[in-house]
Design a protein around this ligand. Structure first.
Ligand code: E4P
Length: 218
């Protein structure tokens, strides 16, 4: 299981040491423009902290996607995974990028059939968008479960990296359905980490322990 943070926020990336189970970040053009950060800066930050970084290409045709891919990968070959949005131009360029040993994630996945046609290209990851699929009337969890069945039956190495989460429940269901990796925004990560019931239990244990020690001193 790999866990990523879905973020292009400098502070969040720097603070990832507080979450030692997170192995990198996934970005997309919207997240990067919201944060007004340069891709090069994010690459430097992730390199410094020994994290992986997923970077999405924007090019419309395969020549542009290829150039972008080579550029990003050359900046941090140990850590960059190239996110290519599902499209016919995007799929065409994947064999060429794979020849350069660039790890590929096919992103913006909204259906099982998109995963089915992506698999023969042997991407390292396919990225179904769980919440967005739900919002458009589909069932992202079912897509993960069925994609996992196909990948297991065909003995393929492609990992399912589930994305677009809005709740802890979606994360749990996506992992149970067979996701090999997940990427979650900071809000959902905080909801997992800051469980008031765990905090209360820890506080109660401390109170009980201290009261016993006080009694022993009497
Ligand atoms: C995945 O890598 C994307 O960055 C992300 O999860 C997209 O989904 P959202 O914009 O619905 O959160």
């Amino acid at each position: 299981m790999e866990i990523f943070l879905d973020s292009a926020n400098r502070k969040e990336v720097t603070r990832l040491k507080n979450f030692p189970f997170v192995v990198g970040i996934t970005t997309n053009p919207s997240l990067i423009s919201q944060e007004k950060v340069k891709i090069e800066e994010l690459i430097n930050l992730t390199r410094k902290n020994n994290l992986k970084i997923f970077i999405q290409t924007l090019g419309k045709d395969r020549e542009d996607i290829y150039k972008e891919g080579l550029k990003y990968f050359s900046l941090y070959p140990e850590g960059v995974v190239l996110k290519i949005p599902f499209s016919s131009e995007g799929l065409k360029v994947i064999p060429v990028l794979k020849k350069e040993n660039i790890p590929i994630a096919i992103t913006s996945i909204f259906s099982l059939s998109q995963i089915i046609v992506s698999l023969p290209l042997q991407p390292e990851y396919v990225i179904p968008y769980i919440d967005r699929i739900g919002r458009s009337g589909g069932d992202g969890i079912r897509i993960v479960r069925e994609a996992k069945e196909i990948i297991t039956r065909e003995k393929l190495a492609t990992k399912i990296l589930s994305a677009s989460f809005r709740s802890v429940k979606q994360v749990e269901e996506a992992v149970l359905a067979g996701s090999d990796a997940i990427t979650i925004p900071m809000k959902v990560l905080k909801d997992i980490m800051l469980n008031p019931l765990s905090e209360k239990a820890i506080k109660d244990f401390k109170t009980d322990w201290l009261s016993m020690n006080e009694k022993e001193h009497i």
